[in-house]
Design a protein around this ligand. Structure first.
Ligand code: GAP
Length: 486
C-alpha cells in the first residue's frame, strides 16, 4: 500500500469505526478541529494514562498538576508568546489563501528530485534561521512556487502572524479593550511555570524534580490538510524538569534517551523514530531536538525536548515581581550550600493527538485471507493496536444465540468487565463478528461453543496472528492480564 493510500484509507476507517470525526460535521465541519468517537476517546485515554503513569508513578520526583486553560494575560507577555509566537506567512493575492512559508516550500520540495528538494529545504532553513523574509520571498519566486488554488505566483510580502486565539473575559466593558483580553493557552507549560513555587513548597520538592501536566492547547494554525497531525485545538503532555544550573545538559541527555525508550515501549518500532536536532535554537534555549516519527506523509515532529535554561521562571519573576527561587542546601565542591538560584528547566512536550495518529498509522493493516469458498480470498482489515492501549481488550462471542451459550458468554463478560473493557456480541455470523472486532482493533475474541458446556473451556482468537487456543474459563482473567501486559 502506498503511503498516500494508507493515509486516505486510515482517515476513512477512523471515521467509519468510531475513532475520529470531523468536528460539527452536520454543519460541514470546522477546519482543523476533530472530535474523538467512542474508540478514539478510549485509545487517547489509554495513551494519556500510560504517559501519566510513566511520569508520575514511576518517578518519585515528578508530580502531576492540572492547571486552568485561561491564565492571567501577563503570563503570555512574560513567556514571549504575545510578541514572538508567530509564524512567517505569505498570502496569494489571487486566491487570498494564506500559507505558512515553510509548508509552502516543503510541499514544493516534495515534488522535486531528492537532491533538488534537499537543496531547496537547506536554502529555506538557512534563510529562516536568519529571519531573512525578503530572501524567502525571492526563493519562492525563483522556484516559481504556485498557489495550489489559484495556480499563480502572485504573492504578498512574507509577514508574521500570531497563532494565539483571544477572547474576552467578564461582562464589564472597558474603554481599553486590552484590559479584558484573555488567551486560550497555546501550550500547557506556562501553567507549570507559574505554579512552580506552589508545588515546590506544598510538595516539599527537592531539586531535581519535575511537574507534569496533560491538557488542551490552542493554536490558530494555518493548516495543511494532515488530519489530526496539525489541529487548532489539540492536547499536549508536557513535563518541566527543574534542575541545578550547570546540570541541565546531563538531564537533557537523560530525557532524550528516556523519551525515545518510552515511545518504543508503547509499541513504536525503533526504525520509525529518529532524533532531529534543531537547526535554529530559540534565544533562551541551549539545546533542543525533536523526536520524529515517519508518518505516512513523511518524517515529522512527534515530541520536542528542550533545554530552556532559566528563561521562563526568570521572566515570570520579572513580570510578577515575585521572587521565584529555590534554596539548595546541598553542598557544592567547596563544601558550601549551593544557595538561592532560579532553577534551569528541561522540558519534554509531546502531542497526544500526534501519538494517536502514530499508533493508528502503524496499526492499520489489510491482508488477503482465504474464504470458506474454495480458491477465493477476501481482504481482512484490522487495527493492530498494542493490546495494552487497545480501546476494547476482549470480545465475548457465543457461537449461537441459543442452547445455553449466551448464558455462559454473559457470565464470562460480567467477570472480565471488572478488569477490562469488553464487548458482548451475539449478532450475525461468527465471521462477521470477528471482522467487526478486527476493525476496531480488539486483540482477543473469546468464543463460547457447545464444547464449552462440557469442558468449561473457550477459544481465544488472537487478532494479528489469527492463532486460536483453548483456555479454561476459570483462568481467563489471568490469561488476558498476562497477554495484555506482554
Ligand atoms: N511547550 C513547548 C511546546 O509547546 P511545541 O514543539 O510547539 O513545544 C510540542 O509543541 C508538541 O505539541 C509537538 O511536538 C506536537 O506533538 C504537539 N503540537 C504542537 N502543535 C500542534 C498542533 N497544531 N496540532 C497537534 N499537535 C501539536
Amino acid at each position: 500500500m502506498s503511503s498516500e493510500s494508507l493515509f486516505s484509507k486510515l482517515t476513512a476507517h477512523a471515521k467509519e469505526y468510531g475513532y475520529i470525526f470531523q468536528s460539527s460535521e452536520i454543519y460541514d465541519g470546522l477546519s482543523a478541529v476533530y472530535d474523538y468517537g467512542q474508540y478514539g476517546a478510549q485509545l487517547k485515554k489509554n495513551i494519556r494514562d500510560a504517559w501519566w503513569k510513566s511520569m508520575t508513578q514511576l518517578h518519585d520526583n515528578i508530580v502531576g498538576i492540572d492547571a486552568a486553560i485561561f491564565m492571567h494575560p501577563t503570563t503570555w507577555k512574560a513567556s514571549g508568546h504575545v510578541d514572538n509566537f508567530s509564524d512567517p506567512m505569505i498570502d496569494n493575492k489571487d486566491s487570498k489563501k494564506r500559507y505558512r512559508v515553510d509548508h509552502l516550500i516543503e510541499a514544493h520540495a516534495a515534488t522535486l528530485s531528492a537532491e533538488d528538494g534537499k537543496q531547496l529545504i537547506e536554502a529555506m532553513e538557512a534563510l529562516l534561521a536568519k529571519d531573512d523574509y525578503q530572501g524567502i520571498l525571492s526563493l519562492i519566486n525563483e522556484h516559481k512556487i504556485k498557489c495550489g488554488i489559484s495556480g499563480t505566483c502572485n504573492w504578498t510580502e512574507v509577514r508574521q502572524f500570531n497563532l494565539m486565539f483571544q477572547t474576552e473575559f467578564g461582562a464589564v466593558a472597558s474603554d481599553n479593550q486590552d484590559d479584558n483580553i484573555v488567551y486560550l493557552r497555546p501550550e500547557t507549560a506556562q501553567g507549570i511555570f507559574v505554579n512552580f513555587l506552589n508545588v515546590q513548597k506544598t510538595g516539599r520538592m527537592k531539586i531535581p524534580f519535575g511537574i507534569a501536566q496533560t491538557g488542551k492547547a490552542f493554536r490558530n494554525e494555518i493548516v495543511a490538510r494532515q488530519f489530526i497531525f496539525r489541529m487548532r485545538e489539540f492536547e499536549q503532555m508536557e513535563m518541566q524538569f527543574f534542575v541545578r544550573p550547570g546540570t541541565e545538559l546531563e538531564w537533557y541527555a537523560y530525557w532524550k534517551e528516556n523519551r525515545m525508550k518510552w515511545h518504543q515501549a508503547l509499541g513504536i518500532p525503533a526504525e520509525k523514530l529518529r532524533y532531529h536536532d534543531h537547526a535554529k535554537l530559540a534565544h533562551y534555549a541551549n539545546a533542543a531536538l525533536d523526536i520524529e516519527f515517519e508518518f505516512p506523509f513523511g518524517w515529522k515532529e512527534l515530541e520536542g525536548i528542550h533545554s530552556r535554561t532559566n528563561y521562563d521562571l526568570s521572566r515570570h519573576q520579572e513580570f510578577s515581581k515575585k521572587k521565584i527561587q529555590y534554596f539548595d542546601n546541598d553542598l557544592n565542591p567547596e563544601g558550601k550550600p549551593y544557595g538561592n538560584y532560579v532553577p534551569y528547566v528541561v522540558e519534554t512536550s509531546v502531542g497526544l493527538d500526534r501519538l494517536v495518529l502514530t499508533i493508528l498509522s502503524l496499526a492499520f493493516k489489510e491482508e488477503e485471507v482465504p474464504t470458506a469458498e474454495e480458491g477465493k480470498t477476501d481482504i481482512r482489515t484490522y487495527l493492530s493496536i498494542p493490546a495494552a492501549i487497545a480501546p476494547v481488550k476482549a470480545a465475548i462471542l457465543p457461537l449461537v444465540k441459543k442452547e445455553g451459550l449466551p448464558e455462559i458468554a454473559n457470565s464470562i463478560t460480567t467477570e472480565l468487565r471488572k478488569h477490562f473493557h469488553c464487548q458482548y456480541d451475539e449478532k450475525d455470523s461468527i465471521g462477521k463478528r470477528y471482522r467487526r472486532q478486527d476493525a476496531i482493533g480488539t486483540p482477543f475474541c473469546i468464543t463460547v461453543d457447545h464444547q464449552s458446556k462440557e469442558d468449561e473451556m473457550v477459544t481465544v482468537r488472537h487478532r494479528d496472528s489469527l492463532i486460536q487456543e483453548r483456555i479454561p474459563i476459570k483462568g481467563l482473567t489471568q490469561y488476558l492480564q498476562k497477554a495484555i501486559q506482554g
